[in-house]
Design a protein around this ligand. Structure first.
Ligand code: ADP
Length: 207
């Protein structure tokens, strides 16, 4: 970094922003095979959080690969850079006091660890969406497995590129045989139990 780039001490801090919103900010980092349910669960969790008055945002392939990371491909180097930039953007959202979700396969442990290291302890919540490959392949919501099996897509995670499952994720979601709603409720419960978001008080009976 240039010695002439001197950080400015802003008056309003992350803690001020969190206090204003009434919840902590963090990264909900969903990882798992293509079709495991990352985007679907992230979206349902966001819906529930939004209804509870929490401030949220989702970073996904649509808004990242089409914009900030438009120039990046799928080489090993570019995949790494893709995750690094997503991590840096997510960090800014945490600073802004927002609960930010990311829904990317992010198959490599070292890349996920790199993002974890960018933020403070407790701010990176790794959510392993654990769905067996056979189920993901049956679901094939975007027809990508079919293309990968036909050799039209190379280096497809789970087929001819590895997926390194998290060893110690904060949360593991088994989706097989469970509804999206149940899976999303598991995330909400975890956030409440770990005091990231308030527990809604039951309404007091009329006295
Ligand atoms: P990813 O973002 O991991 O690539 P998607 O969310 O796009 O995966 O697709 C997951 C597919 O699996 C969707 O079609 C979704 O409806 C289906 N699905 C079935 N059960 C579940 C579940 N319990 N959780 C999440 N998705 C599920």
């Amino acid at each position: 970094m240039s010695k002439y780039i001197i950080p400015h001490d802003h008056i309003i801090t992350k803690e001020n922003r969190q206090a204003m919103k009434g919840h902590k900010s963090c990264i909900l980092w969903y990882t798992g095979l293509s079709g495991s349910g990352k985007s679907t669960i992230a979206s349902k969790v966001e819906e529930k959080l939004f209804e509870m008055g929490m401030h949220t945002y989702i970073l996904d392939g649509d808004n990242i690969r089409m914009g900030l990371n438009k120039g990046l491909g799928f080489s090993e180097e570019d995949r790494k850079e893709n995750i690094r930039r997503i991590g840096e953007v997510a960090k800014l959202f945490v600073d802004a006091g927002i609960i930010v979700s990311t829904a990317f396969i992010s198959p490599f442990r070292s890349d996920r660890q790199m993002v974890r290291n960018l933020v403070q302890p407790g701010e990176f919540i790794e959510i392993y969406v654990n769905t067996p490959l056979e189920i993901c392949e049956q679901r094939d919501p975007k027809g990508l497995y079919k293309k990968a099996r036909a050799g039209e897509i190379k280096q497809f995670t789970g087929i001819d590129s590895p997926y390194e499952a998290p060893e110690n994720p904060e949360l593991e979601i088994l989706t097989e045989g469970r509804s999206v709603d149940e899976c999303a409720a598991q995330v909400i419960r975890w956030l409440q139990q770990h005091h990231y978001i308030p527990v809604e008080e039951p309404a007091l009976p009329n006295s």
